[in-house]
Ligand binder design. Sequence first.
Ligand SMILES: [Zn+2]
Length: 241
Amino acid sequence: MTAAGEPWGYTRHMEPIPPYEPAAEAPEYWECPGCGFLSLDPTFADATSACPKCANVAGERRRFPPEGQRRLDARIRAYYREREWEIAVILAAALLEALLEDTLDRIMATRGADVAMRSTLLDTVRAVGQRISRLFPDLTGAEFEDAAAKLGFRDFPKRWRQLRATRNAFIHDTPYREEAAALDEEAAASAMRLLDEAYRLFVLLNNDYVADSRAHASDIPRISLHGETVGEAPVREAGEQ
Ligand SMILES: [Zn+2]
């Protein structure tokens, strides 16, 4: 008999890890139409508030993530609550890849690439692993792992890689792979944790590699990331470069 009336075999080191409790919904950020800065501050939704990055006050603030991704996020969370582990993992992995693609697209736009160039480049580099290991460093000059670690997400890239390997082993039924192919509760919890973290990480990457550049570079056209001409030139303090 074990201590405290526990059933046989249920020893301390076998205690299950508490299930991950995901956020109730995707966070709500607001985007500056001038520089693309994303803020969690609800007062930033007001189009008359000044952007802390570029001082732009013109133009309507957009909600981020956009509506389609919010709907997908809500469905993923519902599947997770219903213990539909496989569909939760597959959809969460797809949404993570969409968040990465959007961030790369915004960085390319900031570097001056037009829509045709961006879509060609993203079509050329389809594999998410290559987008992370080659496209991201080419565009930013930093390894994704280093950029994530600097922002406080050191093990995010590794856990994301593990999730993709598990998902791929499940979908492709490739017996030569070593990964466990079970999209079980543990895989789903890992996917939900990654999704919750991804919003914060990709917003911080956006603010570093998109908003900073757009707010401080006078040669970037005053064209929004979504294609419209926006606002006035940023107000600059005397002496600012
Ligand atoms: Zn701004």
